[in-house]
Design a protein around this ligand. Structure first.
Ligand code: NAP
Ligand code: GCO
Length: 266
């Protein structure tokens, strides 16, 4: 019979990539609240320090590492250091990501490659680094932060959509390849969340009016609003906990209903 314990993360070590702030920070903070030990990385020491201070303000003693998720050698070294200093990683959230909003015909191959490198190759590299110990331990949870763009396209985000569509399929492939080793790999597909990454889409116009994209997203979301990062944490805890041991290869869209909704009639 299911009970509260099944949703707890006591004794677990959770690595959340790119979690100094934003969605990663919200998810890591929720995991700590459910008993997990939090480990996170960012590409700059000052961001790691900022993140450590932010966690401390919440009473969370997190472990922070400087590491670029696209650098396999650095990722392997970070994981080895975490296993030595903190413990084997039980839960990985591949959260680190960037977006470039450039029309495809104006986007350079280098810009395209950079987004693919961080948003798709990064999760591959970090998952590959943590899987051996998860398999040895007999269990593991990998959660990939996908997107509406795992299902939908939109102007100017070709690289991001290609990466997030690929991340959906990488999620399914890790499930297929390592489900037998009691690894559950699922995705969370957030809708439109108010974070630094989407701040440009919500900026007030020079005349003080709302950004057109802000109005557009509110018309496409049944609740008529942007979502908050904290609204992703319940689903993230579920996918990290024993309560979801029979859920694998699934992308859980936490979008307020955007994918189900044609949009509000103007
Ligand atoms: P964010 O505020 O831009 O935070 C992204 C984090 O990733 C930052 O801490 C960033 O560090 C870090 N990062 C970037 N490149 C990295 C690298 N190479 N190695 C390690 N860390 C790196 O983004 P967010 O809105 O919280 O989004 C987090 C994830 O959710 C992303 O994967 C994003 O695609 C996805 N997502 C966001 C939304 C949304 O509406 N916000 C919706 C769906 C999905 P720096 O500051 O140093 O760059
Ligand atoms: C954009 C936004 C989106 C969100 C998110 C939606 O420019 O359309 O940045 O891509 O970040 O991925 O799920």
């Amino acid at each position: 019979m299911v009970n509260d314990k099944d949703f707890r993360l006591d004794g677990k070590v959770a690595l959340v990539t790119g979690a100094s702030y934003g969605i990663g920070f919200a998810i890591a903070s929720a995991y700590a609240n459910m008993g997990a030990t939090i480990v996170f990385n960012d590409i700059k020491q000052e961001l790691v320090d900022k993140g450590l201070a932010s966690y401390k303000e919440l009473g969370i003693e997190a472990h922070g590492y400087v590491c670029d998720v696209t650098n396999e050698e650095a990722v392997q070294a970070m994981v080895a250091q975490i296993e030595k200093e903190v413990g084997v990683i039980d839960i990985l959230v591949n959260n680190a990501g960037i977006i470039k909003r450039i029309p495809m015909l104006e986007m350079t191959p280098e810009q395209f490659r950079q987004v693919i490198d961080i948003d798709l190759n990064g999760p591959f590299i970090v998952s590959k680094a943590v899987l051996p110990s998860m398999i040895k331990k007999g269990h593991g949870k990998i959660i990939n932060i996908c997107s509406m763009m795992s299902e939908l396209g939109r102007e100017t985000v070709s690289a991001y959509a290609a990466a997030k569509g690929g991340l959906k399929m990488l999620t399914r492939n890790i499930c297929a390849e390592y489900g037998a080793a009691n690894i559950q790999c699922n995705g969370i597909g957030p809708g439109y969340i108010a974070t630094p990454q989407t701040a440009p889409l919500r900026e007030r116009q020079p005349d003080g009016s709302r950004h057109p994209f802000d109005e557009f997203i509110c018309s496409r979301t049944p609740a008529g609003r942007w979502l908050e990062a904290e609204e992703l944490t319940g689903p993230a805890v579920f996918l990290a906990s024993d309560a979801s041991n029979a859920v694998n290869g699934h992308i859980l869209y936490v979008d307020g209903g955007i994918l189900a909704y044609i949009g509000k009639q103007p």
